[in-house]
Design a binder for this molecule. Structure first.
Ligand SMILES: Cc1cc2nc3c(=O)[nH]c(=O)nc-3n(C[C@H](O)[C@H](O)[C@H](O)COP(=O)(O)OP(=O)(O)OC[C@H]3O[C@@H](n4cnc5c(N)ncnc54)[C@H](O)[C@@H]3O)c2cc1C
Length: 485
């Protein structure tokens, strides 16, 4: 591939809270910054803007986050920040990034430092019927409602865990959705949890206020919240008509005989998020496993430097901790890059970083206070029956995976034997479930299961964008001049 080059001091991948905070900080130190995002607008997940062609008459109607995002986005207008939208980063190699603009041309951006802030995506959970029309992720439902004003159904069931299981049903109700049932796989709060939350409250009052507000909203609307219950099946002809849920133990394993069913025409699933780690894997970064933060999380130091030279990571892509943590981590990464490039002195960088570090410590204290209620149990990856499709892209069922699961505990081998994870999403929808099935089958902890090797491109692009037109014939398809005997 021969692609044109451009250069910048700092390349930031991702235009969400973490990426924008990183860009603002590096630019404030006088560095040239290129910020790329594959979407058509800045904002990432939480500060998502309306698509081109839409106009917002009343920002308050879209929620408080919209206005907060506006402030961060306006900072991206600085002359030393070059924002490139509809631009996907496909691979990282040292301080070079291969990017694809508007699904057409591929170029290389050469930077002195690269900050990766790619965010997260909904944790996929495979159970019988999860591929039926009407079953969608909470994030999908949120986007549908927030940006298109479309409700996914008339009787909506919600199943999930953690902060998402509290915030999303309340938000969907706020936008006019008829939520008939909420199943939270985690336990209900105990007095000891409340006490831990109150101790961790300083610096987190807004989060506490939001949580109380969401709970009050659900109570006022008389939306039943069933704790320690998980969705085990979605049933219906052509689309979901019935949801079956069951009680679970501490490991989220189903207690037989506890199944109940409810009619619904949409089911939203919100079991938290998984970090988008594809680029960090391609770059060769070191990882650890932390299911509470979404499984594979990249190792970073005090300045958000990864184990790979000149490469930093920030936000939900380093482990899911929410938008407020993402902003402080992004700022730290931007400041760290500026410090490492000598654009700002070490003492000044330390001074500026102190309030960010203080806020991060407080947020993490709050997260620890919630851990008992929000811990994800391994049973979530064991809900599929034989006919359940695990890899949606390649349509591979659990039964089709079984021989490979029996033969190997290595997801890379299972991928090679079955093609599971080789489709358009490159395993984002099935790899965690497959890792869970490996752990179950081979009696090991989920964290001990290896991740398959990352392959470029990190994002799906048309083949024409990555082919080299100057090479007319590799010789693969040319008949040999002299026939072989
Ligand atoms: C579906 C969903 C719904 C959420 N809803 C809420 C909510 O209601 N309330 C709340 O408080 N929090 C919510 N969160 C959490 C919150 O959005 C995040 O904590 C926050 O946005 C994290 O910021 P970030 O900058 O790390 O990532 P993001 O905001 O996700 O931004 C990452 C950006 O990187 C871009 N990107 C990724 N990979 C590439 C690539 N290879 N090339 C180019 N660009 C790339 C993406 O397009 C995206 O714009 C939600 C998260 C998700 C995933």
């Amino acid at each position: 591939m021969s692609a044109p080059h451009s250069t910048t001091d700092v390349l930031v991948v991702g235009g969400g809270p973490a990426g924008m905070a990183a860009a603002a900080q590096a630019a404030a130190a006088g560095l040239s910054v290129t910020l790329v995002d594959e979407r058509a607008t800045l904002g990432g997940q939480i500060y998502k803007r309306m698509g081109p062609g839409f106009e917002v008459a009343d920002t308050r109607a879209i929620g408080r986050d919209y206005a907060v995002g506006e402030r961060l986005i306006s900072q991206m207008g600085q002359p030393n920040i070059d924002v490139r939208l509809l631009t996907s980063v496909l691979d990282l190699d040292g301080t070079s990034a291969i990017v694809c603009e508007r699904e057409q041309s591929t170029t290389v951006i050469q930077a002195q430092r690269i900050i990766v802030a790619p965010g997260a995506y909904d944790r996929p959970v495979a159970f019988p019927g999860w591929t039926l029309p009407g079953v969608l992720t909470a994030g999908g439902a949120q986007t549908l409602i927030k940006t298109q004003r479309v409700l996914p159904g008339k009787r909506i069931a919600f199943a999930g865990s953690g902060p998402v299981a509290l915030a999303f049903p309340a938000q969907l109700h706020h936008y006019g959705a008829n939520i008939t049932l909420v199943c939270d796989a985690g336990p209900p709060p105990r007095p000891a949890d409340m006490a831990a939350m109150l101790i961790a409250a300083p610096g987190n009052l807004a989060l506490l206020r939001d949580a109380v507000g969401y709970r009050a909203q659900l109570l006022r609307a008389q939306i039943p919240v069933r704790y320690r219950r998980i969705v085990v099946a979605a049933q219906g002809v052509g689309r979901i008509e019935l949801v079956v849920h069951a009680a679970v133990d501490d490991n989220w394993r189903v207690i037989p005989g506890s199944e109940r069913s409810e009619r619904c025409d949409a089911l939203c699933l919100g079991y938290g998020f998984l970090p988008s780690v594809e680029l960090l894997r391609l770059a060769g970064c070191a990882f650890e496993d932390d299911e509470d933060r979404g499984g594979a999380v990249v190792l970073v130091d005090d300045w958000m430097r990864t184990s790979v030279d000149s490469l930093y990571a920030a936000g939900d892509g380093t482990g899911v901790e929410g938008s407020l943590v993402a902003i402080d981590e992004g700022s730290l990464a931007g400041l760290g890059a500026a410090r490492d490039l000598g654009a700002i002195g070490s003492h000044e960088a330390e001074r500026q970083s102190e309030p960010m570090r203080r806020r991060l410590r407080r947020r993490r204290l709050f997260r620890r206070a919630l851990r008992r209620m929000h811990r994800v149990g391994p049973g979530i990856y064991e809900l599929a029956d034989e006919t359940t499709v695990i890899c949606r892209c390649e349509e591979i069922t659990r039964a089709a995976l079984e021989p490979a699961l029996g033969a190997s505990a290595d997801p890379a081998a299972i991928k090679a034997l079955t093609r599971a994870g080789m489709g358009l999403c490159q395993g984002r929808n099935c790899q965690r479930t497959i890792a869970g099935l490996v752990a179950q089958r081979h009696h090991c902890a989920l964290g001990q299961v290896r991740s398959p090797t990352a392959r470029l491109p990190a994002r799906p692009v048309p083949i024409s964008a990555v082919t080299d037109e100057s090479i007319e014939d590799y010789g693969f398809f040319t008949a040999p001049a002299t026939p072989r005997n």
